[in-house]
Each structure stands twice: as C-alpha cells, then as structure tokens.
Design a protein around this ligand. Structure first.
Ligand code: AMP
Length: 569
C-alpha cells in the first residue's frame, strides 16, 4: 500500500513526515535538510526555484522571489513572476510539489495522499485555498488539520482522557496561542489568539540594536546606515541568539565593516544570556496578553490547563520555557523538536487515516547527543539530543598529526563539552590512511540510528574509500533517570565546560599557528630578511613557552602576535 505524507506547510519553513515501521519520521529534502524554506522564485530565464536555492538568491533577486505566501492564502492577493500572475495557492503548490517529489525520491515510489496542517485561526477560505494548493501539487488531500492539534498528536495526548491543552507557537515572525480539548478521539479548538507581528525576528533585531549601539560608541559609525553591514549583523545576531539558547555566553565577530571611504573596522563583542534576556524582557511580556485573552475566551484560568505544548523554533529560548513554568506552574512538553513537531503530528494523523497506526507510541527520540572525541579531548556532537529516530548524520574530520595513518574513533554520548565527561559507547580504528600533512586527510564519520535505537558508526577515508565501523546495540541506551542525570550534570557544569573547551581551542589554534609559521619559514627562509626571521623565531618560541605555561590569555596574545607577523609577510 502506498504511503501518505504529513505536511506542515509553514510560513517560513515546511516539513514533511511519514510513518515508517510504525513510527513517525521526518523526510529530508533533496538538499538533505529537515526543513524546506517556503520560498519560491523564478530566474530571469523563467526557471522555478523552490526551497533553499530560492532563499539563497532572494537578496539578489527580490522582485522574482516570493516569501511568506501563507500570509496571503485565501485572499485575492496575486504575485507576478516574469509577467505571469499567480494566486497564493499556486505558489504554495510549487512548495508542495517539491515536497512530494523529494518524498517520492526517498521512498522510491509515488505518493498521492497527504494531510496538510493550517493554523487553528484559518477560516474556511484559507483552508479551502490550502486544500486547492495540495490538489494542484497532485495530492489527494485526505484532511486539513490544525497545527496545534498536530503538535498534541505528536505527543500522543489524544490517547489520554479528555484534557485541556495550551499550545504556544512562536516562530520567526508570528506568535499563536491555541487552547484545545483533546482525548478519546475528540479534537476541539476552544480559543485562539496571537500576534502576527511578534516572532524570533524581533529578538534578532534587539541584538542588532544592542550591537550597533556598542559599535557606534566605540567607532562613531552607525552600522545600520550601511545595507550590507546591517545584513551581516542581522545574520550574526540570529546565530548568536540561537547559541545563547545552549550557552551562557557567546561572541560575535564581524571583520572588515566599512566605516568610511577607505576605513575598515572589526566588530568584536561578547554577550551573555543574562544581558540578552534583559534586553528582550518586554518581548517575552508580549506573549502573555494573547495568552490571557485566549484563556478568558475559553473561560479558563491557568489552573485549567493540563498540558502546555511548545511549537516553533523560538520556543527553544530558555527564557520562553521559563515563562511557561512561571505562568502555568508546569513544565512544557519539549521532547520533540519544536520545528518538527507539527510535521510529525500530521504524519501521525495520516497514519491513523491509512490504518497504519493503532495504539502505539510513535515518536522516539535520541535521549542524549552522540558524537566522537576530537583533538584536545573535545566532544564533537554529530547527532544532537531529541532528534527523532530513525536518523543519520555525518561530519568530516581530519588528521591532527602529520603522516597519521591510523585514526582512533571514540564514540560517546552525553551533553558535556569534554569527551572525558561523557559516556563512552565504544572505540574503533580506521587504518591505512595515506600519510599526509596535518589537516589534509578527510575522514567522514557517519552515525546511523535505526528504529530500534541501534547505533551504527562508520568512518570512511574519502581518498582511499577505505571504511570501517562498529554497531552499538540498544542495551547501551540509558534509563530515564540516567538521561535526566546526564542532562542535569551538563547544565550544572555549562560554564566551566565552555571555559575548558575555549582553552583547548585556544591551544589548538596556537599549535596550528606555530606549524604554519614553521612550514612557511622552511619554504621561504632564503627570501625572508634576517631581522624579520628573528622576530618570527622569537614569536614562535614565546608562544611555545606560553603553551607550556598554559595561561590562555598569554597564549591568545602570542598567537595573535605571530599571526600579525605572518600576515605582514
Ligand atoms: P519557525 O518559523 O518555527 O521555523 O521558527 C524560526 C525561528 O526560530 C527563527 O526566528 C529562528 O531564529 C528561531 N530559532 C531557531 N532555533 C533557535 C534556537 N536554538 N534558539 C532561539 N531561536 C531559535
């Protein structure tokens, strides 16, 4: 029997999932991504682009790029591309067609049936337009379901007694609150509210303002007055914001900001989570108004809410999660990735309609991150915790030593920054790597976790295609208490772990700089003036001494000095 796809057709991203072996699974698109940007574009030559390729060229081709079409579904808004006019459902159909074709390529068979999600506040016209988009893309649309309902289905909340669920969906540009009654086959929307002008972008903008002001005070130049620098600052701020969801502090480095005709300056700043939370406190406050209104409309108080479910990438911010706990006196459901939970729920609904699912719990996730030990004893995560399984991911590593022909692969799980603080799952060796200078070998390490939680780790030398690996069986997986303990420990040690990782990275950079200087001197000794040669040799010696002493700030300064000297050359 052919499959049915669950599709979260989102404003910024869309997600596709299916049921495989009784479990919901996100299907990666042709680009290997879980999330497909909901962006459609046309080139000057008339070629349609959908997803990441369309998004990447958006800045250069704004008049032929369509973003956020979902905001116009069911209206008479029209888009013109190369002189042809399109209705919103036609644009959405391009996105759905790409999803259909990517899933068909993955499955190796045609798929016809789909469940597509819409916001709970969508009216009949908007729902009808979404269905039409599905039909235009070649789907038999089995059902249009509400996004908050899908998220609740993903958590299996429909299997419990009737209960009241509140869903906070905070994406990039919008915030939705929904209150549902769910259970015993009943799905009822009790109230919806929200703010269509509140989303992760506002948090980014706060960071942009904060950094621009610091730069203005330091260099007397307003970065925001320069379009290109502003765009770079926006991207760096969004990245820093994401990092602050996992780290207590982060740094932003933007070299070569043009501040005058010939003048270039570097933006170097660090920000901690506390400061970020302080400058965004009023944005968090804005989540409460629509929530109060939805509760009032449903004739409920916070005590009447049995569960809170979080949807949307921006609910990863710890301060948003804390606000849920403070407001509702309960922990929110966060086990499933907030940007995948709606797609997973849609697949479950599709599975139920196809008779593939009866009463089983369908969503399994990796309880802890998996990865390998890398240079300096660091833990390099390859699959992050809470990824839905089955899943696979890989990363390319290189040799830490010159002429290294053997690579030890140490597989670990956990959340700590140093390998030694995590749980060891096994070790193996990749041999016969051709002898190459440090940093030149390319070894791809791939992790695959199947539906039963069996982890297969393999390493392949990309030059010789030599491959080896190990299989770690599910008996290594931990009890809930052990997982909780590991996560708690990582949280308790976050600051010191990050400091230790920082120190190791400083040492690795210093080591690399010394090697680069030494090999440059070997190659060009004759061409370098003697006085200059001595300066470099002295700087190398100083840096080696600093490494032996182990003071990070001295090592950093020494590396910088050597970098400047080599730069002059
Ligand atoms: P969505 O529309 O649900 O995909 O949400 C996208 C928004 O989530 C963007 O504003 C992202 O910057 C934000 N986002 C994604 N991951 C994180 C994270 N780890 N911490 C904070 N915000 C995030």
């Amino acid at each position: 029997m052919s499959k049915a796809i669950g599709i979260d057709l989102g404003t910024t991203y869309s997600v596709a999932a299916i049921i495989e072996d009784g479990r919901a699974k996100i299907i990666k698109n042709a680009e290997g991504e879980n999330l497909t940007p909901s962006v459609v574009a046309e080139t000057a030559q008339g070629y349609k682009l959908v997803g990441s390729v369309a998004r990447r060229q958006a800045a250069a081709n704004p008049e032929r790029t369509v973003i956020s079409i979902k905001r116009h579904m069911g209206t008479d808004y029209r888009v013109s591309l190369n002189g042809r006019t399109y209705a919103p459902q036609e644009i959405s159909a391009f996105i759905l067609r790409k999803i259909k074709s990517d899933v068909e390529n993955y499955l190796g068979e045609k798929v016809q049936k789909a469940v597509i999600t819409v916001p709970a506040y969508f009216n009949d016209g908007q729902r009808q337009a979404t269905k039409e988009a599905g039909v235009m893309a070649g789907f038999d649309v089995m059902r249009i379901i509400n996004e908050p309902t899908a998220a609740s289905l993903a958590y299996g909340l429909d299997h419990e007694d009737i209960q009241t669920i509140l869903v906070w969906d905070l994406g990039g540009g919008t915030f939705d609150v929904s209150i549902l009654e769910l259970g015993d086959g009943l799905f009822q929307v009790k109230a919806v509210n929200g703010n269509i002008e509140l989303g992760g972008d506002d948090w980014d903008e706060r960071l942009v303002d904060y950094l621009a002001e610091r730069f203005l005070n330091e260099h007397g130049f307003d970065i925001k007055s320069d379009k290109i620098s502003l765009q770079r600052l926006r991207e760096a701020s969004e990245k820093a914001k994401r990092e602050l969801s996992y780290k207590p502090s982060t740094s932003i480095s933007l070299p070569f900001i043009r501040t005058g005709k010939k003048e270039l300056k570097n933006l170097e700043a660090s920000i901690d989570r506390e400061t970020f939370e302080a400058i965004t406190a009023d944005l968090r406050e804005k989540l409460l108004g629509p929530t109060r209104q939805a509760l009032a409309d449903a004739k409920l108080t916070t005590d009447g809410i049995d569960h809170v479910v979080l949807v949307g990438g921006s609910t990863r911010m710890p301060s948003v999660r804390d606000l849920v706990e403070k407001t509702f006196h309960k922990k929110p459901f966060i086990k499933i990735n907030p940007d995948e939970v709606v797609g997973i729920g849609a697949a479950i609904q599709a599975g139920v309609l196809m008779g593939e699912i009866n009463d089983v719990i369908l969503v399994d996730v990796t309880p802890l991150s998996l990865g390998i030990e890398t240079e300096g004893g660091l833990f390099s995560k390859i699959i992050s915790r809470n990824s839905t399984i089955p899943t696979s991911a890989g990363q390319i590593f290189t040799n830490a030593e010159d002429n290294q022909t053997v690579m030890d692969i140490h597989v670990l799980q956990g959340e700590r920054e140093m390998a030694i603080d995590n749980i060891s799952l096994g070790q193996f060796q990749l041999t016969d790597i051709p002898p190459l200078p440090r940093g030149k070998a390319q070894v791809e390490v791939t992790f695959e976790i199947d539906v039963n939680g069996i982890v297969k780790v393999s390493a392949q030398d990309l030059y010789t295609e030599e491959q080896t690996g190990i299989k770690i069986d599910a008996s290594h997986l931990l009890s809930d208490e052990q997982v909780e303990q590991a996560v708690k420990e990582a949280e308790a040690h976050t600051e010191e772990d990050i400091k230790r990782r920082g120190e190791v990275e400083v040492n690795i950079r210093a080591d690399n700089m010394i090697r680069a200087a030494e090999s440059m001197m070997e190659e060009k000794r004759e061409k370098i003036p003697a006085s200059y040669l001595r300066q470099i040799e002295r700087a190398i010696l100083n840096l080696k001494e600093a490494l032996a002493e182990g003071d990070s700030s001295v090592i950093k300064a020494g590396t910088e000095e050597l970098r400047k000297l080599l730069g002059k050359m």
